[in-house]
Design a protein around this ligand. Structure first.
Ligand SMILES: [Zn+2]
Ligand SMILES: [Zn+2]
Length: 312
């Protein structure tokens, strides 16, 4: 691939060739090679993206489409959004995380019950076997950087409906807005919201523990107070995943500050509001409508944001 493009540009190889050609090269190396289109819906550099994407897997991979058995949903979409497309019913939906910032490793994951091997894991994915590919852990898609449409510099954040009402043109600068993931899913979907295919692998929606702590304290993620609380929580209760997904509410309350325990429980119940991300800007989470009574700091989030209540 070095002959074709720049593999060292920024950790992500940039190759000037068609996906179909890449598939030909990759699949001719070994029958064990797998291609999974990553962050399948983000506007740039993705299979279904609004900027450079395709409308179907076949348009993208041509005669190699039959070897594409999974896509990665990315932060700005979750499996439920993808369930609206019947063309994805036979495709496995996986969730992965970038490897470029260590603290963000594992922010989205797949959970398997298989032997720990490449072949066992890919076989579970390929066959969408619910006894081996148990579930994925996902961001709330509104938190992703491209959930809604808009212009970051112009501070225009629109729902797909608002964008259509404005002919996709920004009302501040007049240029076309960046069309996000929700909009693209809406355009390509052939089912209404809420449909769940029989073969669907379940998922759980989570917010990273550092962000829950930051919100419960009304401080930034990078602050010393948040970092200390995070490390002490992980030390007491073993791992972040245990804390987020498994530790009982009573144990959480016994081990952690009440506002942090409450925050985790609310997130598990889906009781969070999120000002959706757009045009490269992450969504903003709000777990507590008032600053938590146990936390003295004032909330850092602007009240002008339109938070979207999640009704899970
Ligand atoms: Zn995902
Ligand atoms: Zn603009």
């Amino acid at each position: 691939l070095n002959k074709i493009g720049n593999l060292t540009a920024d950790g992500r190889p940039i190759l000037g060739l068609d996906a179909e050609k890449l598939a030909e090269i990759v699949f001719n190396i070994s029958k064990y090679c797998v291609i999974v289109p990553a962050h399948a819906w983000t506007p740039w550099f993705s299979i279904f993206g609004s900027k450079s994407g395709f409308d179907t897997i076949e348009e993208c991979f041509g005669k190699y489409s039959k070897y594409i058995f999974a896509i990665e949903t990315g932060l700005s979409s979750d499996p439920a959004m993808n369930w609206r497309l019947s063309m994805l019913d036979n495709i496995s939906l996986i969730s992965c995380s970038d490897a470029h910032s260590p603290s963000k490793l594992g922010r989205e994951v797949c959970v398997f019950e298989t032997e720990l091997s490449y072949n066992a894991m890919f076989s579970a994915i390929r066959h969408k076997n619910p006894s081996k590919f148990l579930f994925t852990v996902e961001f709330f898609p509104e938190e992703g950087k491209y959930h809604y449409d808009g212009h970051r510099d112009c501070q225009i954040r629109w729902t797909p409906k608002e964008t259509k009402a404005h002919n996709k043109l920004c009302s501040v600068c007049g240029r076309p807005v960046t069309v996000g993931v929700m909009h693209r899913v809406d355009d390509l979907a052939d089912r209404s919201d809420g449909f769940r295919p029989a073969t669907a692998i379940p998922f759980k929606s989570m917010i990273p523990l550092q962000e829950i702590i930051a919100e419960s304290k009304g401080r930034g993620v990078g602050t010393k107070a948040v970092q200390e609380a995070y490390h002490s929580a992980v030390q007491k209760l073993r791992t972040e995943f245990k804390i987020l997904l498994e530790t009982s509410a009573d144990e959480l309350r016994a081990a952690l500050l009440p506002e942090i325990a409450d925050g985790i429980i609310k997130v598990r119940e889906g009781k969070v509001s999120i000002a959706p991300g757009y045009d490269g800007e992450f969504g903003k989470i709000k777990i507590f409508s008032e600053p938590h009574p146990a936390s003295s700091a004032s909330g850092g989030l602007g009240t002008s944001l339109h938070f979207m209540e999640r009704g899970i």
